[in-house]
Design a protein around this ligand. Structure first.
Ligand SMILES: *Cc1c(COP(=O)(O)O)cnc(C)c1O
Length: 229
């Protein structure tokens, strides 16, 4: 299968899942996760119309993003080390993995130096998977209160990764839970004027379920680029 065909299929599946759940297909963004994928294949996706890519390593983003023929929106989706923040620039449109105060402080500090306001999502470890990063569910509200003290960092929503080895029903439950956490925060009015619109959830195995549960961004790699080595 060509990358262009894969993209077409993902778009159709996203649209179908959105319609099934009474949502609009255009309310769900497809983020092509290009980690470990060679630049020429990322360019193939670019030529098929993709303009939003996700990487989990800063070094890989640095090497790759300069090779694309035009401007793209890059997303950092993996654990972000504080000492790598200085390499990021404003082509990073969204950091999905804000998960600790020390990173918040670092982003704020670099933002001050370089006059960048970072757009982020708070990663929540809904599945309580030991191997995964992210705040515990009950830590999110206090974390968001702290975020308000760091005006160079804006939070636009929440992100989660399901659990390795979880079955479909369990995974769907995690996605629903993330939406409920977000809805609860909205009700509590943590950010007046900013309603945490985004839910980044769903990967190649489970993005359709994520859309059914309210994902606004699905992060899909292998269904577009094929299996990673
Ligand atoms: C690798 C990765 C993805 C994409 O995984 P696929 O299964 O290839 O779709 C999504 N989110 C995060 C955080 C990842 O690290």
């Amino acid at each position: 299968m060509s990358i262009a065909k894969n993209i077409e299929e993902v778009k159709q599946r996203v649209a179908a899942a959105a319609e099934r759940s009474g949502r609009k297909p255009e309310d769900v963004a497809i983020l092509a996760v290009s980690k470990t994928v060679s630049a020429d294949r990322v360019i193939e996706a670019y030529e098929a119309g993709i303009r939003a890519f996700g990487e989990n390593k800063v070094q890989e983003w640095q090497d790759k993003h300069v090779l694309l023929p035009g401007e793209c929106a890059w997303h950092i989706i993996g654990r972000l080390q504080s000492n790598k923040v200085k390499y990021l620039d404003d082509s990073i449109v969204l950091i999905h993995s804000l998960d600790r105060i020390s990173l918040l402080e670092k982003l704020h500090e670099e933002g001050d130096k370089r006059r960048i306001k970072w757009n982020t999502l708070v990663q929540v470890n809904v599945a309580r998977d030991e191997a995964k990063a992210g705040l515990e569910t009950d830590e999110v509200i206090d974390f968001l209160k702290v975020v308000k003290e760091y005006p160079n960092v804006r939070v636009h929503g929440l992100m989660t990764i399901g659990a390795f080895n979880a079955g479909p029903a369990e995974t769907k439950g995690y996605f629903r839970k993330l939406r409920e956490i977000r809805d609860d925060l909205q009700r509590k009015g943590i950010f007046p004027g900013d309603t945490l619109p985004h839910l980044s959830m769903g990967m190649s195995q489970d993005y359709e379920m994520a859309v059914e549960e309210g994902a606004t961004i699905v992060r899909v790699g292998s269904v577009i680029f094929g299996h990673r080595n």
